[in-house]
Design a protein around this ligand. Structure first.
Ligand SMILES: [Zn+2]
Length: 254
């Protein structure tokens, strides 16, 4: 009896602590423009924006990551790119629900479980999954941070539930939408990280071929741990597009 009482006491403390930690997220207002400093491995971001917890065809993957450890903050431009891409996917992939995974801390910098994501320009996306009938299945997507423990083989099949397969075609459509939305904001996709053994299958999908035609860069080699964990999500880094400023002949000969 004493143990039950003590258990309730700790659950109550945990709940109050969770509510206290999440207050920042409940009251946060996105406004102004973010500014990135430094690199993905040694950087920061000021005035970051908070990704929505959920939208029409997307949601954030973990309440712990979102509300407790504040990992859903991102540069305002990347925020707009991500949301516009989801909107495009309402048309290009109408039967898919997408999930955003980790973005960054409120002010960027070192983040739990990640060496990068420090300057607000990197964001993780979960790969949608299909059942044996080719229809999206979502129950493995609802396990929050435990999602990192899921393992998929080099053919994109879940190692425990072999009938569950990564949907690489939809992933490619999402990347095309991200690329289009980035270009509108004078940004571009800097690089994408996906388990390297999945790249051939990815580029063989109809939309994967279009991604390849656009020359979007995927890391061809990864450290073993990075390769292992990117078996069910893809990391996308953005950058400002290089702008060639046209100079007048007078400026050229000055
Ligand atoms: Zn990442």
């Amino acid at each position: 009896m004493k143990l039950i009482k003590r258990g309730r006491y700790w659950i109550l403390i945990f709940l109050i602590w969770g509510i206290f930690c999440s207050l920042d997220q409940w009251t946060y207002v996105n406004e102004g423009t973010s500014k990135s400093k430094g690199s993905v491995r040694d950087g920061s971001v000021s005035n970051a924006w908070l990704m929505p917890w959920s939208g029409k065809n997307f949601g954030y993957f973990s309440w712990w990551s979102y509300f407790v450890i504040d990992n859903a903050y991102i540069h305002s431009d990347v925020y707009k790119i991500a949301l516009e891409a989801y909107e495009t996917c309402e048309t290009t992939c109408p039967n898919t629900f997408f999930r955003t995974m980790e973005c960054g801390n409120t002010n960027g910098g070192k983040m739990t479980f990640h060496n990068t994501h420090q300057n607000g320009l990197g964001i993780d996306f979960m790969i949608p999954k299909l059942n044996s009938e080719g229809v999206q299945t979502q129950w493995l997507d609802r396990i929050g941070m435990w999602h990192y423990l899921l393992e998929f083989d080099t053919y994109g099949k879940n190692q425990i539930f072999g009938s569950i397969q990564l949907d690489l075609e939809t992933m490619a459509k999402h990347i095309l939408a991200l690329d289009d939305a980035a270009k509108k904001r004078n940004m571009s996709i800097h690089k994408i990280i996906l388990r390297t053994e999945l790249l051939d299958d990815f580029f063989n999908t109809p939309s994967g071929k279009k991604v390849k035609e656009r020359g979007i860069y995927f890391m061809p080699r990864l450290y073993p741990l990075a390769n292992k964990v990117h078996d069910d999500h893809y990391h996308v880094d953005f950058k400002k597009a290089f702008v060639v400023k046209k100079r007048t002949s007078r400026e050229l000969f000055k």
